[in-house]
Design a protein around this ligand. Structure first.
Ligand SMILES: Cc1cc2nc3c(=O)[nH]c(=O)nc-3n(C[C@H](O)[C@H](O)[C@H](O)COP(=O)(O)OP(=O)(O)OC[C@H]3O[C@@H](n4cnc5c(N)ncnc54)[C@H](O)[C@@H]3O)c2cc1C
Length: 313
């Protein structure tokens, strides 16, 4: 396989995902829209909460926990931020009503972080209160490095009043070493991910052995401290090594979970679950699936062949 060619394709997709003209073209062309949607279906819960709830119910029946996110980020107006908040409230209500084994995940920039911190914290509090009624957790996602301070500050402010609130930390950022010391003081679940966003040189550790061992070091510290956490990855090697750490501390199943995105390496989650480890599937839904599909292919360019297969079948 020509890796250079695949990487070129991957870079082009990243650009296409962010190109508003390309996005508008796809959204306004029904044939293209329906064709690409077939490829997106592999990775999304659906366009609506209703479709996603059905998939979550199916995974719950197979004993998987789930997390639900309404897709979106970088909301520009208060009206959009409040409308996103209402959708997250609706997710919490459905979790309660349908008795789903699911948490909620969100980007703070989706509920107003880039408009005002107060608006974002108000919206976050509303969602956390609703999630509490459903007896579930809200997990804040990690965004681009320019947002890290604002996201972590908001988490620390909100975590004081909402014990069902957790946060995602990106192992690839060098700064996470210091952030971790602060964040671990709060009791909310910490989800460890490698990190998805491009950063300027010097801010992040590239994919490879160093990043893998840093990632596992965070898992080790969390389990050693008996701190609730999520081991969020598709990396089989990390999952296998994390199992050894779990065995070292004989951690309670309430403390940790393995978590993967819906449609990616879910066969590994099935194996983990068969071995007795708690496993969780992360669903996203909404109309912004075009960007999401491009990102899934861009981060693993071989997925382009799967996409073509999904489209023609
Ligand atoms: C539940 C969850 C929540 C996340 N939340 C955030 C977040 O809030 N902020 C953030 O920056 N990132 C987030 N991510 C993404 C994360 O940062 C990584 O970019 C992503 O998980 C890929 O890294 P990896 O750990 O799988 O390891 P990688 O080193 O990227 O991949 C390891 C192996 O996993 C498989 N793999 C990885 N990606 C794919 C794919 N798309 N298709 C098929 N196989 C694949 C391949 O076999 C690959 O060799 C989240 C990931 C998960 C699972």
């Amino acid at each position: 396989m020509d890796t250079e060619l695949l990487n070129l394709g991957s870079e082009a997709l990243r650009k296409a995902a962010l190109n508003q003209d390309a996005k508008n073209y796809v959204l306004s062309n029904p044939t293209l829209f329906q064709t690409l949607k077939k490829a997106a279906n592999r990775y999304i819960g659906g366009e609506t909460l209703e479709e996603t709830v059905r998939k979550v119910q199916a995974e719950n029946r197979r004993s998987f926990k789930c997390s639900i996110e309404f897709m979106g980020e970088n909301t520009k107006t208060e009206e959009e931020a409040n409308s996103a908040r209402d959708e997250f409230v609706q997710i919490c209500r459905e979790i309660k009503k349908q008795n789903l084994n699911s948490t909620v995940s969100l980007d703070l920039s989706h509920i107003g972080l880039n408009i005002s911190k107060e608006l974002c914290l108000d919206n976050l509090s509303t969602i956390c209160r609703e999630a509490k009624k459903a007896n579930t957790e809200v997990l804040i996602s990690a965004e681009g490095h320019e947002q890290t301070d604002a996201v972590l500050d908001s988490y620390k402010a909100a975590a004081k009043s909402h014990k069902n609130l957790g946060i995602t930390l990106q192992a690839y950022l060098y700064r996470t070493k210091d952030d971790f010391k602060e964040i671990v003081k709060e009791s909310g679940r910490i989800r460890i991910v490698k990190g998805a966003f491009e950063t300027p040189q010097g801010l992040s550790i590239p994919r490879g052995d160093e990043l893998d061992s840093v990632y596992l070091e965070y898992v080790d510290q969390l389990l050693y401290q008996n701190h609730t956490c999520s081991i969020a990855t598709h990396d089989d090697n990390i999952q296998q090594e994390a199992k050894k750490i779990i065995q070292k501390y004989t951690s309670s199943k309430e403390i940790y979970e393995f978590e993967s995105l819906f449609g990616i390496r879910n066969e590994q989650l099935v194996r983990l679950q068969d071995e007795g480890y708690p496993a969780k599937i992360y669903f996203v839904y909404g109309k912004e699936w075009y960007l999401y599909l491009c990102n899934r292919i861009a981060e693993y360019p071989l997925n382009i062949f799967q996409a073509i297969k999904d489209i023609v079948e």
